[in-house]
Design a protein around this ligand. Structure first.
Ligand code: ADP
Length: 480
């Protein structure tokens, strides 16, 4: 079976968040099982040192803004055997983009990408299935139908809060106008005066998945549906949740090249503790902070409201009172949040309680997972969430809010069986702080704490099981 993934991100060369990790992990899990390739725009920001040319190229003609232009998909190898196709025009339309998202032309960029992908597919042997990811690629099934190209499609929703809202003048740029489509209402957002690309994808793709079973249920409710709950309810029969895995070659403290000391369960708890202590020391001493006997509480996140950043702000403000040390790595914050978290950083450093890095940094992220005693994910909603899984692998105990994939992966200590962390329900500062207090007191009960660490590190969080589920679904779609 040949499957092409069409995506805006892939770890490690074009990453913003979890979507990128999914593309790497899932495709690595497919190796030797099916032939899969990932196609992305050839952004200027891509770190080409991570890719090796496969000396393979496919040229085609596409139309952008009513103007014909030559384009090509150039293939590269990632980690020797993963095939990645980077798409760009000869004039390097995407090459001039340094950021993957943002900017006034974000919608245009991904509409052009969808258009170009469909034009490219018409010039080559079709794959057995196209796997599309999020709104950035969700117009592809519609465009295929419009061009009467029959390739089965699966759309995965990684985060329903991003929907690709736009207007007809945007779509006009790829020659899609109200007159040229059979049913213009397909594009209409259900509640707002605009068009909605995610909605078009949901209704046009042959099948639909999202990244955890609980999120698949939640998004069909008004509370979590971001206005598309009715649309999702209407396609219930083709929609399911498949839990994300972790790429255990990339996220693995035993072999992680970004760590100063590697560690694994077979070394025994004493060595694991020593290795984690070394990471803690190396980070805290760089920051000129003391190593206290209190637990080190870490968050690695995009600093956006979805991630419960008001709860994080509250928790970090009470670090001294709660008896915890804290480190936060937060990327993508807006100006207001940058300013309040910068001020909090100053206070934390003065109190010798912790620090806040307002950036995205892969290396720092790996070091923080290794240093953390406790890892917090107080999200308001969370499609799957990967950081709580990474935390488990790295021997940090997660505290999460019971929502989406967090609810599917973390079991509270109070539960008799399979507990691996702490879970709280209400997205309220007191509830979050209570969970942290519970975790802190458990931290000092060595036996219980180490048992939690071992259980987390032992868990099979790999992509294997989820990849099996995707393969079964691929087969079903292709035989329909
Ligand atoms: P989302 O995709 O919503 O951001 P996930 O939990 O699914 O959240 O995935 C987050 C991924 O992005 C993880 O690999 C995490 O380590 C990484 N990440 C998040 N924030 C940062 C940051 N500030 N710096 C480096 N990596 C980050």
């Amino acid at each position: 079976m040949r499957v092409f993934h069409i995506s805006a991100e892939m770890t490690p060369f074009a990453k913003v968040g979890g979507l990128a990790d999914v593309l790497l992990g899932l495709n690595r899990a497919f190796l030797n099982r099916i032939q899969s390739r990932v196609i992305l725009p050839h952004y200027g920001a891509i770190d080409m040192d991570l890719l090796v040319s496969a000396d393979e190229e496919e040229s085609f003609t596409t139309v952008l803004n009513g103007k014909e232009c030559r384009a090509r998909v150039s293939y590269y190898r990632l980690y020797r055997d993963l095939m990645v196709g980077l798409l760009d025009t000869e004039e390097r339309y995407w090459g001039s983009r340094s950021d993957i998202y943002g900017g006034d032309d974000e919608i245009e960029s991904f509409l052009f990408f969808c258009r170009a992908v469909v034009d490219w597919l018409q010039t080559r042997e079709a794959p057995d299935l196209l796997h599309l990811h999020d709104w950035q690629t969700s117009l592809v099934p519609f465009l295929l139908q419009k061009e009467k190209i029959s390739i089965p499609t699966l759309l995965t929703i990684h985060n329903l809060s991003y929907q690709g809202l736009c207007q007809w003048h945007d779509l006009q740029k790829i020659s899609v106008t109200p007159d040229s489509v059979r049913d213009p209402s397909l594009f209409q957002d259900p509640h707002r005066d605009c068009l909605n690309l995610m909605k078009v994808g949901i209704l046009s793709a042959d099948r639909l998945t999202t990244v955890s079973p609980t999120y698949a249920v939640e998004v069909k409710t008004a509370e979590y549906g971001h206005g598309l709950d009715g649309v999702l309810r209407s396609v219930s029969e083709k929609f399911q949740g498949i839990l994300n895995g972790l790429d255990d070659a990339y996220w693995n403290p035993a072999i992680d090249p970004l760590l100063v000391t590697n560690y694994s369960l077979i070394d025994g708890m004493k060595k694991i503790r020593l290795a984690k202590e070394r990471h803690k020391e190396s980070i805290l001493s760089e920051l000129d902070l003391p190593i206290l006997s209190d637990p080190l509480v870490v968050a690695v996140t995009r600093l956006v409201s979805q991630k419960g950043i008001d709860l994080l702000y509250d928790l970090f403000s009470h670090a001294k009172e709660l008896g915890i040390q804290v480190l936060l790595l937060g990327g993508g914050a807006n100006a207001e949040d940058r300013s309040r978290f910068s001020e909090l950083d100053q206070v934390l450093r003065q109190e010798k309680r912790g620090a806040i890095f307002l950036q995205s940094d892969e290396m720092v992220a790996h070091r923080l997972f290794a240093a953390a005693d406790i890892f917090v994910v107080p999200s308001l909603f969370e499609p799957c969430g990967l950081t709580q899984l990474i935390a488990l692998m790295y021997g940090a105990i997660p505290i999460v809010r019971r929502t989406g994939g967090l609810a599917d992966t973390i079991v509270d200590l109070s539960s008799q069986k399979d507990s691996n962390g702490f879970v709280f329900d209400d997205p309220l500062p007191e509830a979050f702080r209570d969970a942290v207090k519970r975790a802190r007191s458990c931290f000092f009960q060595l036996e219980t704490w180490e048992a939690l660490m071992v259980r987390g590190m032992q868990q099979d969080l790999s992509w294997k099981r989820s990849a099996d589920q995707y393969l079964m679904l691929y087969q079903r779609i292709c035989s329909e």
